[in-house]
Design a protein around this ligand. Structure first.
Ligand code: 0WD
Ligand code: CA
Length: 391
């Protein structure tokens, strides 16, 4: 069985549910996933970057040689910890997490952005279990692609250019380090605030929020990384998403060409934030010497109009369009929801996009792939036992 959905498919209506946070978990500085309230709370960062710091042209490459970088093979989309987090939440709340599809936000970002990002391939696996579809990137394919990109980067650039590109990558994590605090500003010491430019940079620590959301009649459970909190966290726990921030870095915008490139980036960031209900997007703009020159705050809700009204791209062909992307996304979810029987645990599927043929297709996997996904790669023994009521 192979079914395809044309790229020009659009849902007629796109009724959206307001995303709500269910719970969070975290990855600590040692790369261990943690689930208890105290550890998770301490993994949340708070945004604080006064204008005076921006004016001082902070160096976003300093500390590059001491970057505590997680090995790539350890930095995969880890479904095991996600399911552990869901189980712990279900044990303590006494309620099963409801939703038709359970996946990472990054997975849905690929689908949402696809109509305006047609050159990036992806391969996703889908496993029906207990009335829900569990979905993740195919970790092997993803790893091979990443290694190939990395090899090309190394082989196609002189060593100093390659090093510069790696420093650009580092500058994003450096920006996170200098723009955030481990606790709200008022609870931090002056030296904690002032010593941030010397602080060690790492990409081990992650605060992951799990939310429920939906489009049309399809309900989703998404886990995604939250960079920091804008101001404070409300006590009621209901509107936490309104306080979250996505941090990004980009080169300063000088030419019309730069504007066009930035618009594409902002569109992808919008996809990422919109899906989770993250309210603020903060861009740190750096120059070619990797010095921070300017910081701009965008409200996620305002991005679609900002893009639509940009006169510099009004004439571009296939100009990015947030509403168009949403209608596509709605059509995809409706299609998956009707094509796949969520209770048929004898099958698994692969959802692929191939830029060569521009085809978006759903394929039933062979039995050995199905077994691999059901026995560890997506579903785990613990989680199956838990949901089957055997624990
Ligand atoms: O394709 C992958 N490798 C995926 C990885 C797909 C989906 C998830 N993940 C992992 C993420 O690394 C994270 O641990 O699952 C967790 C949840 O991720 P998400 O929030 O769903 O992922 P996404 O929205 O794609 O990315 C969020 C952040 C990125 O921040 P920026 O500002 O660059 O968007 O996760 C990190 C990164 O910091 N991240 C990665 N880091 C290194 N290599 C990668 C990667 N391939 N993907 C995401
Ligand atoms: Ca980020």
């Amino acid at each position: 069985m192979i079914k395809t959905l044309p790229l020009n498919s659009r849902a007629k209506t796109t009724t959206l549910k307001q995303p709500r946070e269910l719970f969070s978990y975290a990855r600590d500085i040692d790369g261990e996933y943690v689930y208890d309230d105290e550890s998770v709370q301490s993994a949340i960062s708070y945004y604080y970057l006064p204008d005076s710091a921006v004016d001082s042209r902070l160096d976003l490459q300093s500390g590059y040689s001491k970057f505590k970088k997680i090995p790539e093979e350890q930095n995969v989309a880890d479904f095991t910890s996600y399911l552990t987090a869901i189980q712990k939440h279900e044990e303590s709340s006494g309620e099963k997490v409801q939703g038709d599809i359970v996946t990472f936000r990054g997975v849905m970002t690929k689908i949402l952005a696809l109509p305006f990002n047609i050159n990036e391939p992806f391969d996703l696996n889908i496993v029906p279990f207990d009335g829900q579809l569990f979905m993740n990137v195919d970790v092997n394919i993803e790893t091979n692609r990443r290694e190939q990109r990395e090899a090309e980067l190394r082989n196609n650039n002189p060593p100093d250019k390659y090093e510069y590109l790696k420093k650009c990558e580092f500058s994003g994590y450096k920006f996170e380090t200098i723009a955030t605090l481990p606790r709200p500003w008022a609870d931090c010491s002056r030296s904690e605030i002032e010593k941030r430019p010397k602080k060690m940079v790492n990409n081990y620590e992650q605060h992951l929020s799990v939310i429920k959301t939906g489009i049309g009649n399809v309900k989703l459970v998404l886990a995604g990384e939250i960079d920091c909190v804008w101001d404070y966290l409300p006590d009621d726990n209901k509107h936490t998403l309104d306080h979250y921030v996505e941090l990004k870095t980009s080169r300063i915008i000088e030419t019309n060409g730069n504007v066009v490139t930035f618009e594409k980036k902002l569109f992808k960031t919008w996809c990422q934030c919109f899906l989770m209900g993250v309210r603020y997007i903060i861009y740190g703009f750096r120059d070619d010497d990797l010095c921070l020159r300017n910081v701009e705050v965008f409200k996620t809700d305002e991005v679609p109009l900002l893009i639509k009204n940009n006169p510099l791209t009004a004439e571009s062909k296939n100009k990015v369009n947030c509403v168009g992307a949403l209608k596509w996304y709605g059509a995809v979810l409706e299609w998956l929801n009707t094509e796949i029987d969520k209770n048929d645990t004898s099958k698994s599927y692969r959802l692929s996009y191939d830029p060569g043929s521009k085809s978006f297709s759903l394929l039933e996997l062979m039995s050995d792939d199905n077994q691999r996904l059901r026995n560890g790669e997506i579903l785990t023994k613990e989680f199956k036992k838990w949901r089957e009521g055997l624990v």
